[in-house]
Design a protein around this ligand. Structure first.
Ligand SMILES: NC(=O)c1ccc[n+]([C@@H]2O[C@H](COP(=O)([O-])OP(=O)(O)OC[C@H]3O[C@@H](n4cnc5c(N)ncnc54)[C@H](O)[C@@H]3O)[C@@H](O)[C@H]2O)c1
Length: 251
C-alpha cells in the first residue's frame, strides 16, 4: 500500500457535497476510499455522485436529525461493508453580536455543530469498533480559538467539539479509534457569503495569514484531513490540527 493511501477504507463525510466537505470527498475517493456523503444539497450531491461513480453514495439529510446519522452508518455498511472513517464537517451558524443572538441562532449552531458531531460519533461507534483501526475527524474553528466577534454561538459549539473530541480520544483509544480536530481556513461558498456580509473582517483575516492567502479547500485543507484519516496518522489522537496557513499556533 502506498503512503497516504485510503485504499479499502469506508467513510462518512457530513456536508460532503460542497465546500471543504466536497474537497474531502474528492480526495478520499482519489486515494481509494468509498464515501457516504450526507448533505442537504441534493443537486450538488448528485453531481458529485455522477462524477465519482460507485465510490460515492449520496444521502440527502440534515445532520441535526439523529435518524440521519443512523441512516448514514447503515448506508456505509450496506454499500461498503464497514465504516472506518467519520468526518463531521457540516455546520451552520448566524453571525451577529452575542447580545443579538437568539435561542434559534444558538440552536442552529449547536444542533448542526455540537449535537450533530455527537450523534454521528455515537451512531458510528459500533462499526468503528469493529474495524479495530478507525479515525474520526471533527471540525473546529479559529473563530472559537480567537474569539472572533459576532460568532458567539458558533465559537461555543466549535470549542465544545474540541473538548468532546479530547474526551473521546481518551475513551476510544483502547479500540484504536483516533479522534482529531481540524480547524481550517479556506475560501468556500460559505466563507464567500461571510466575506460579502463582513468585508472588513474578511480582509483582516486574509491579511493576517502568515502564508499570505486564504486556503484552497482542495489543495490546502482536504489533504490534511486525508492524512488524519489514513494509517500514516496512526499515532495521532486527541489533537487539534490547524489547516490555516499558520494563522493560529497552538501550544
Ligand atoms: N471555510 C473556512 O474558512 C472555515 C473556517 C473555520 C471552520 N470551518 C469549518 O469547516 C467546515 C466546512 O466549512 P465550509 O466553509 O466548507 O462550509 P460550507 O458552508 O461552504 O459547506 C458546508 C456543507 O455542509 C452542508 N450542510 C450545511 N448544513 C447542513 C445540514 N444541516 N445538514 C447536512 N449538510 C449541511 C452544505 O450544504 C455544504 O455542502 C464547517 O464545520 C466550518 O464551520 C470553515
Amino acid at each position: 500500500m502506498t503512503s497516504l493511501s485510503l485504499q479499502g477504507k469506508s467513510a462518512i463525510v457530513t456536508g460532503g457535497a460542497s465546500g471543504i466537505g466536497g474537497a474531502i470527498t474528492k480526495v478520499f475517493v482519489a486515494r481509494g476510499a468509498r464515501v457516504v456523503v450526507v448533505d442537504l444539497q441534493e443537486e450538488a450531491g448528485e453531481v458529485l455522485s455522477r462524477e465519482l461513480g460507485d465510490a460515492v453514495v449520496f444521502l440527502k439529510g440534515d445532520v441535526s436529525d439523529r435518524a440521519v446519522a443512523d441512516s448514514a452508518v447503515a448506508a456505509a455498511v450496506e454499500h461498503f461493508g464497514s465504516l472506518d472513517v467519520l468526518v463531521n464537517n457540516a455546520s451552520v451558524s448566524r453571525q451577529k453580536p452575542f447580545e443579538e443572538q437568539t435561542d434559534d441562532d444558538w440552536d442552529l449552531a449547536m444542533n448542526t455543530g455540537l449535537y450533530a458531531t455527537r450523534n454521528f460519533m455515537l451512531a458510528a461507534l459500533p462499526e468503528l469498533r469493529k474495524t479495530g483501526n478507525a479515525s474520526v475527524i471533527n471540525f473546529g474553528s479559529g473563530a472559537g480559538l480567537n474569539g472572533q466577534p459576532n460568532q458567539a454561538s458558533y465559537a461555543a459549539a466549535k470549542e465544545a467539539i474540541r473538548g468532546l473530541s479530547r474526551v473521546a480520544a481518551n475513551e476510544w483509544a483502547p479500540h484504536n479509534i483516533r479522534v482529531n480536530v481540524v480547524c481550517p481556513m479556506a475560501l468556500t461558498a460559505g466563507v464567500a457569503q461571510w466575506a460579502e456580509a463582513r468585508p472588513e473582517q474578511y480582509a483582516q483575516s486574509a491579511a493576517m495569514v502568515p502564508l499570505g492567502r486564504f486556503g484552497d479547500p482542495d489543495r490546502d485543507v482536504a489533504p490534511i484531513v486525508a492524512f488524519l484519516a489514513g494509517d500514516d496518522a496512526q499515532y495521532m489522537t486527541g489533537q487539534t490540527v490547524m489547516a490555516d496557513g499558520g494563522s493560529v499556533k497552538l501550544r
